[in-house]
Design a protein around this ligand. Structure first.
Ligand SMILES: C/C=C/C(=O)SCCNC(=O)CCNC(=O)[C@H](O)C(C)(C)COP(=O)(O)OP(=O)(O)OC[C@H]1O[C@@H](n2cnc3c(N)ncnc32)[C@H](O)[C@@H]1OP(=O)(O)O
Length: 256
């Protein structure tokens, strides 16, 4: 249900594709287990620098598998901590770009919210329709929407289940760029290539620092940023980057 393809100009981009076409990539337990394992494989493999997560042109993911969930009782989901490991994506330290075409509903939108950068195809549709089936978002929708956009947007989406277009998602700040559907994945890989050219060590530090903005007060976040900035001065890559600039040559990163 998941395919992993090595791609990019330097073959260091992991293209991870959700591939369950008969159910519009609905997130069943097996798919999420495979996704988690694939992401952890890529995370551990230094030959991959950046991850692009995508689905099909029709669906990024139509949400958690409703037919699978329909049979469950409170005791099943509570005692087995349903959704354990479904948020592996949010713990990956390499940059993750979501390339979203088609339906990204419920858990599909929530997967996109866990990514670092979201690119969307013109046909993308986002939303949190859980309320229509008598439940609420459970993979971060009620928490990440207000942090990444606003309370009003979060409330409106989660209370109505309304769907929004790629362009609307860009206007509210979920999506950074919108592309024609068929160009989307190649544009996401081009972006991944640009990120992959930088020092992996410093890329990881940037991701760490930006993410701390969502976990801390402004003053704590500024303190973390300053400490991380100082820490780059303990790296060869910082020395190499500044030396290469002064010597008018391209830097050679060693990631130490
Ligand atoms: C914590 C997270 C919670 C959640 O994520 S809850 C789930 C939130 N998601 C939703 O509520 C969306 C459910 N799906 C839909 O509303 C519709 O689908 C769409 C609007 C996305 C697409 O409609 P159309 O183009 O008419 O396709 P189709 O015939 O409905 O779907 C094709 C096959 O895919 C299955 N499917 C779609 N979404 C799900 C899903 N979320 N869980 C399980 N199956 C799904 C259908 O049932 C059907 O299958 P078959 O051909 O066997 O009838």
């Amino acid at each position: 249900m998941i395919t992993l393809t090595r791609t990019g100009a330097s073959e260091n981009v992991a293209l991870v594709t959700l591939n369950r076409p008969n159910a519009l990539n609905a997130l069943c337990r097996q798919l999420m287990q495979e996704l988690s394992e694939t992401l952890l494989t890529v995370e551990k493999d230094d030959s991959y620098r950046v991850i692009v997560l995508t689905g099909s042109e029709k669906a990024f993911a139509a949400g958690a598998d409703i037919k699978e969930m329909a049979k469950l009782e409170f005791a099943d989901v509570f005692q087995n901590d349903f959704f354990t490991n479904w948020d592996t994506l949010s713990r990956i330290t390499k940059p993750v770009i979501a390339a979203v075409n088609g339906f990204a509903l419920g858990g599909g939108t929530e997967l996109a919210l866990m990514c670092d950068i979201v690119y969307a195809g013109e046909n993308a549709v986002f939303g949190q329709p859980e309320i229509n089936i008598g439940t609420i978002p459970g993979l971060g929708g009620t928490q990440r929407w207000p942090r990444f956009t606003s309370k009003s947007i979060a409330m409106e989406l989660c209370l109505t289940g309304d769907k929004i277009s790629a362009q609307d998602a860009k206007e509210v700040g979920l999506v950074s760029k919108v592309f024609p559907t068929q160009q989307l994945v190649s544009e996401a890989v081009l972006l991944a290539d640009r990120i992959a050219k930088n020092s992996p060590l410093i890329v990881k530090t940037v991701k760490n620092s930006v993410n701390s903005a969502y976990e801390t007060s402004l003053n704590q976040g500024l303190q973390i940023e300053k400490q991380l900035f100082h820490s780059t001065f303990a790296t060869n890559d910082r020395r190499e980057g500044m030396t290469a600039f002064a010597e008018k040559r391209a830097p050679k990163w060693t990631s130490n």
